[in-house]
Design a protein around this ligand. Structure first.
Ligand code: SAH
Length: 258
């Protein structure tokens, strides 16, 4: 299970936090570190010094330009957030996150990611809306933000505890053996693009007055944990809607000309 858990750091600005994260991960038996658009030197002496014996994780860390690329293959993505956001999102405690992981990681194609934000500004709403759930470490409400590497330590510790006790884990997120593999983050993003364009085409969605429509639809579909067959059906429905609305548009222009 821990080998299917990637730690993703977005826009890190202190190399010491990259090293500290590598150390925390290696302590807990994780190895997959992804860095999205880091704002500091990644492979230099400061990150290596803080990594102590976990240098290999820093050297092997993969740098990505965007969050989408870092989690494209993921089937379960959780964002760690120090603050409660305006649009409520499914929320996990660190313990509940650990308890979910064995099931989420059980399908063969499963890949999970735990995403952390910038030291100064955390994660953007857009980034948080790409997650299935958020996790918050219950801290002093007057001083809620942990050091980045410390937050990684707390959450990966819970994941390790869960992995150690996971002998009788459910077979999938739904507690029974599922018939189809989960949809990946890439599949979901292509679907959201297709959905948004279709809703614009049929005049349901006005991108100039979005009113959180796509955020709410994202929340709905992320919450329901779509599998790859369901994804094919949804894309098929959108394709049929596109075909009909093109036919209607042709008909209207034909009628108009005649
Ligand atoms: N000042 C930022 C917090 C930055 S801390 C803000 O207000 O959002 C850097 C990252 O560590 C956060 O983006 C988050 O991923 C993680 N983190 C810090 N404290 C946390 C907490 N209490 N619960 C969950 N994640 C936390």
């Amino acid at each position: 299970m821990l080998d299917k858990l990637r730690i993703v750091l977005i826009g890190t600005s202190h190399p010491g936090n990259i090293g500290g994260t590598a150390r925390a991960m290696h302590n807990m038996g994780l190895a997959d570190l992804a860095l999205v658009a880091p704002r500091c030197e990644v492979y230099g002496s400061e990150s290596h010094a803080r990594a102590s014996g976990a240098d290999a994780l820093v050297s092997n860390a993969t740098v990505y330009a965007t969050l989408e690329e870092a989690v494209g293959d993921c089937t379960f993505v959780v964002g760690a957030s120090a603050r409660v956001r305006h649009l409520p999102w499914p929320m996990l405690t660190p313990r509940a996150l650990g308890e979910r992981l064995p099931g989420e990681c059980a399908p063969e194609a499963a890949q999970a990611a735990l995403v952390f934000g910038r030291e100064d500004s955390g994660m953007t709403n857009g980034e948080l809306q790409r997650c299935h759930a958020h996790v918050h470490i219950p801290t002093n409400p007057d001083f809620s933000s942990l050091n980045l590497a410390a937050a990684v330590q707390v959450l990966t510790y819970e994941c390790r505890l869960a992995a150690l006790g996971a002998d009788d884990a459910p077979e999938t997120p739904f507690g029974v053996e599922w018939d189809n593999p989960p949809a990946s983050h890439d599949d979901m993003e292509r679907f959201f693009d297709h959905l948004e364009q279709t809703l614009i085409d049929i005049d349901f969605h006005d991108p100039d007055n979005p009113r959180q429509l796509m955020a709410r639809l994202r929340r709905l579909f992320m919450r329901s944990h779509i599998d790859s067959m369901e994804m094919n059906i949804l894309r098929g429905i959108l394709g049929a809607v596109n075909k009909q609305s093109r036919a209607l548009a042709r008909q209207e222009s034909h009628d108009g000309n005649g």
